[in-house]
Design a protein around this ligand. Structure first.
Ligand SMILES: Cc1ncc(C[n+]2csc(CCOP(=O)(O)OP(=O)(O)O)c2C)c(N)n1
Ligand SMILES: [Mg+2]
Length: 784
């Protein structure tokens, strides 16, 4: 067995190395010459031998124990090793006709690695078995935990770089073990790859003693096993023993839990693997230590094409694998073949990593009509009630949880905010997952809850990605301001999705859905730090036809948008909505039509042949625009206005990606020549950049939004400070009415003075009383 493992690893190491260096002579049949070396040497060697060691041993364990296992690689720059193993196990040839398990296939794989229009340098969605790119480090462990949720027979082996593990997201993700009920979920087998180095220096973990590492990971709740290639006489023997023990421990814990006998927190195994970085390559060159040093991180002997010493060192190294003894051009030696699991057990072919059938099943969703705030709005009379969008979503989600309880394929991720974000109705259907000790007074919490609460947005996002990419559904609900913490993860996921959507053998996966609530406009009590609508900007800048941001102005629109998000697939959707009760503007039937289109002219606030157009996106911005229209109608009855509600923006423009508003339709909404004032939920620039593509005239369009003017103040003052309030908007309409000759300059001045005074009265009032006056907080729509 040791011999077989050594041979497998030799072959994998060779196949990894040639991807970085060779453009010919792939079997080294001739002396290595400069023309065989790629012009640009791109890739990362140092991490590969440790990955190959791990992969080979996992294969052995899969075969020995008949495991269903997937592999998550943290340091995605180790992609040559992934490709080498996919080639060895035959997965590449199963998905790519260009890469048969022959010399030709191997030459193609090596020649096209890190090559323009060939294969990328990092792990990527075009590689089978991959659910994480690992370009941006830190997310492997949380992704692996997400994959095993509700997959009781799956083990996710996760190789975490020791540099990667210095990241905050990785540090937090170790605690995900406290959310994993062994009775109903699979297991993660974390392998911390302590190769001692990152790009240009030692890692923290590499210089910690065994005692320190054991104490740390014991403290996290794991059973650490050290496999130290420096200390072991026979490292294979040690790794075999540790993996066998880990598999038994996982199975034992699961068995006990599934029998209902789990008495104390499960102590999952984890492995600390010490190997030299750049193991078995070039000791030193030009007086520089390469193996077992950071210097082996990327390309070693990097001047092989032009420098004979480097070329010779490379040749000696590559020949040291004696690849010709392992592969005859069509077959690998029997020892290596003995380490290839049967087709459906290969990690590259693990069906969970492909989404689609049989793992993806659409959610059964309740009909939104049953949750409608009211179906009989009559907006000629005062508005038909106030509702909290988030409470409605909570009720809808509760029932969605119930309807899909049997398939166990829906999860809610919440950074300690299910209550504060007002969706705690879900606790009528499920609980928060927690497998560490509980106190009798803890509420809504148990081992097998479907809500994952942890105050780590990064961990939750990783869990959600892992869950979704393995074919299930979920959403992450966050305070709007703090979603920024994971904006980069969302960007990385968007990159993955963009490529994955075009890979024919990847099956359907649900959309990655977010609700941003506790929004900046109502964080007047928490202050400036809690006021940040910037998360949506990265999403909208993806320039893609699969990113949508919804701005429902009321609870019916929120329900309609939410139902669409949860039934969609392969998208990234964000819904921004308020948790406090707000007026209902649309019947459910109208709301559904509005959301379908993304943009709607609301008749009750619209006149024929308008002098100007008001538009808004967002709940409070909409309320203020409608209040402004109501004011202007009373002050200047002859002045005609149109109101447009924008409920969605997408990566490609106004409206949602499916029904993007095309340039030729734009004037149907915004007219050819009338002045337009847009009141936006987020930063004004976000809408301005979208309007640019519609060729708008900046003198005709003015966009208001959050101007980064915040504090602890009143709700209405937040809007005043940012010029999105009804009084400022009304004053803009007065100026337009004057421009268009509807009122005289004198009348315009009089009106302006009246409303300037209202603003200064308001300011005086809130300074005196500490809150907004009742006529502001209790405002209701008056038609005329
Ligand atoms: C979040 C993040 N920060 C920085 C980098 C740049 N970077 C790429 S590889 C690397 C070192 C990684 O070290 P380690 O995780 O130990 O990987 P290995 O030693 O296995 O190559 C760094 C800092 C990155 N990819 N992601
Ligand atoms: Mg390292």
């Amino acid at each position: 067995m040791h011999d077989a493992l050594s041979k497998y690893i030799r072959a994998a190491d060779y196949l990894s190395a040639i991807q970085i260096y060779l453009q010919g002579n792939f079997l080294l049949e001739q002396p290595l010459a400069p023309e065989h070396i790629k012009t640009r040497l791109l890739g990362h060697w140092g991490t590969c031998p440790g990955i190959n060691f791990t992969y080979a041993h996992l294969n052995r364990a899969i075969i020995a124990h008949d495991l269903q296992m997937l592999f998550v690689l943290g340091p995605g720059h180790g992609f040559p090793a992934i490709q080498a193993n996919l080639f060895l196990e035959g997965t590449l040839s199963a998905y790519y006709a260009s890469m048969p398990r022959t010399v030709l296939g191997m030459s193609h794989m090596a020649g096209q690695f890190s090559w323009p229009y060939g294969y990328p340098s990092h792990s990527n969605p075009e590689a089978p078995g991959v659910i994480l790119e690992g370009g941006e480090l830190g997310y492997s462990l949380s992704t692996a935990f997400g994959a095993v949720l509700d997959n009781p027979n799956l083990i996710a082996a996760c190789l975490i770089g020791d540099g990667e593990n210095e990241t905050g997201p990785s540090a937090a993700a170790w605690h995900a073990n406290k959310l994993i009920d062994p009775a109903t979920n699979g297991a993660v087998l974390p392998i911390l790859h302590v190769n001692g180095y990152k790009i240009s220096g030692p890692t923290i973990y590499g210089r910690m003693s065994d005692e320190e590492l054991i104490a740390l990971f014991t403290g996290y709740g794991y059973e650490p096993h050290i496999v130290d290639s420096y200390a072991e006489e026979n490292v294979h023997e040690r790794m075999i023993a540790v993996l066998d023990e880990a598999v038994s421990a996982i199975r034992f814990t699961q068995h006990v839990a599934r029998e209902g006998n789990l008495q104390k927190p499960p102590r999952w195994p984890m492995i600390i693997l010490r190997t030299p970085k750049g193991w078995h390559s070039i000791d030193a060159l030009d007086g520089k230590r390469l193996e077992d040093n950071h210097a082996s991180h990327q390309v070693i002997a990097e001047f092989a094409k032009t420098n004979p010493t480097h070329l010779a060192a490379l040749e000696t190294w590559l020949r040291s694998y004696h690849f010709d003894e392992l592969f005859d051009g069509t077959n690998f030696v029997a020892d290596i073949e003995s380490l290839v699991p049967r087709a459906d057990r290969r990690m590259g072919a693990c069906s969970h990593t492909f989404g689609g059938d049989p793992h993806y099943q659409p959610l059964v969703l309740p009909s939104v009509e049953e949750y409608a705030a009211t179906n009989t709005c009559n907006l000629d009379s005062p508005i038909c009630g106030m509702e909290s969008s988030m409470e409605k979503i909570g009720a809808y989600l509760r029932d969605t949880m119930k309807l899909n309880a049997g398939t166990r394929n829906l999860r809610l991720m919440s950074p300690d905010e299910t209550y504060s974000n007002k969706i705690h109705a879900v606790f009528e259907a499920t609980t928060r997952a927690f497998v560490w000790p509980l106190k009798p007074w803890d509420k809504d919490i148990s081992r097998d809850g479907r809500v994952l609460e942890m105050l780590s947005e990064h961990t939750l996002q990783g869990l959600l990605q892992g869950y979704i990419l393995t074919g299930r559904h979920g959403l992450l609900v966050s305070y709007e301001a703090f979603a920024q913490i994971i904006a980069s993860m969302t960007d990385q996921y968007a990159k993955f999705l963009k490529i994955a959507r075009a890979v024919p053998w990847r099956g359907t996966v649900a959309s990655l859905n977010y609700i941003l609530t506790s929004t900046g406009w109502r964080q007047e009590h928490n202050g400036f730090s809690h006021q940040n609508p910037g998360f949506i900007d990265g999403v909208l800048q993806r320039q893609s036809n699969f990113t949508n941001v919804y701005f429902p102005a009321d609870a019916n629109l929120a329900l309609a948008a939410f139902a669409r998000m949860m039934s969609s697939s392969q998208e990234i959707n964000v819904m921004v909505c308020e948790k406090r009760p707000l007026p209902i503007w649309r019947t459910m039937r109208e709301a559904r039509a509005d959301i379908e289109k993304g943009l709607a002219i609301w008749d009750f606030a619209t006149d024929e042949d308008p002098h100007m157009v008001f538009a808004s996106a967002g709940d409070y911005p909409t309320q203020e625009v409608l209040a402004a229209i109501s004011i202007v109608r009373q002050e200047i009855p002859a002045f005609r206005m149109r109101y447009i509600n924008i409920n969605a923006l997408s990566g490609i423009g106004l409206g949602n990606a499916e029904h993007e508003i095309k340039r030729h339709e734009f004037a149907d909404y915004f007219t050819e020549d009338r002045p337009v004032r847009i009141n936006f939920h987020g930063y004004p620039q976000t809408v301005k950049q979208i309007l640019f593509d519609y060729g708008v005239d900046a003198t005709r369009f003015v966009v208001h939004g959050y101007e980064e003017s915040g504090s602890t103040t009143t709700a209405f003052d937040m809007m005043v400070r940012n010029h999105v309030d009804r009084f400022h908007l009304a004053m803009e309409a007065f100026a337009i009415a004057e421009d268009q000759g509807v009122i005289s300059a004198g009348e315009a001045m009089r009106l302006r003075e009246v409303y300037e005074e209202k603003l200064s009265d308001h300011r005086a009032y809130i300074i005196a009383h500490g809150d907004d006056p009742i006529e502001i907080t209790n405002w209701t729509w008056q038609s005329r």
